[in-house]
Design a protein around this ligand. Structure first.
Ligand code: HEM
Length: 150
């Protein structure tokens, strides 16, 4: 019953999954860049500090959190669609490991946002520059996993 629904909805589920992924990734690439500028260019407690905090909060709450939830919901619908995932293959495992890491990174960014809000950020711009590479690497592994399907 639910399997029939998932099968007939499959192309729509996949479209909605990819749309959500794009919105989520946009935020995951942009927020650490904001943190780099926030650390390196902004005086703590000033007007610009306040403006960065607003931009960071809105990006996370209005775009990234809903996009992450939608990516998970449509992604799991794809997992339960008959014939899509065979767990004997390798790709579902590399994909699963990468999306768990991506979700961890999202939450890490959320905790760092709170540091800026409280004025307790101790991390250097360089740390945020380096962390900025993580979603890129994970995205490459994910796309190869779902498309090459080794
Ligand atoms: C968050 C949990 C996620 C789950 C449970 C999930 C699961 C899935 C599944 C089962 C498919 C179907 C594969 C197929 O029909 O061939 C799929 C497709 C896809 N996923 Fe995800 N995914 C997740 C996150 C992501 C992320 C973070 C990205 C990108 C960075 C991503 C990119 C894609 C793409 C591009 C496709 C379409 C591949 C194709 O054309 O067949 N997914 N996903």
């Amino acid at each position: 019953m639910i399997q029939d629904f998932l099968s007939s909805f499959y192309p729509w589920t996949k479209s909605l999954h990819v749309i959500s992924v794009i919105a989520w990734m946009a935020g995951l690439f942009y927020l650490p860049r904001l943190y780099v500028y926030h650390v390196e260019q902004v005086e703590q407690g000033g007007k610009t500090d306040e403006m960065f905090q607003v931009m960071e909060r809105r990006l996370l709450r209005a775009i990234m959190n809903p996009a992450m939830i939608a990516t998970w919901v449509f992604g799991l619908m794809l997992v339960f669609t008959p014939g899509v995932v065979y767990w004997g293959d390798v790709w579902p495992w590399t994909k699963a490991a990468s999306v768990l890491a991506m979700t961890w990174f999202h939450h890490w960014l959320g905790y760092r946002r709170k540091d800026f809000e409280k004025g307790t950020n101790t991390r250097a711009g360089r740390t945020y520059r380096m962390m900025n590479e993580l979603p890129t690497l994970l995205m490459i592994v994910i796309v190869i996993s779902v498309i090459v399907r080794f």
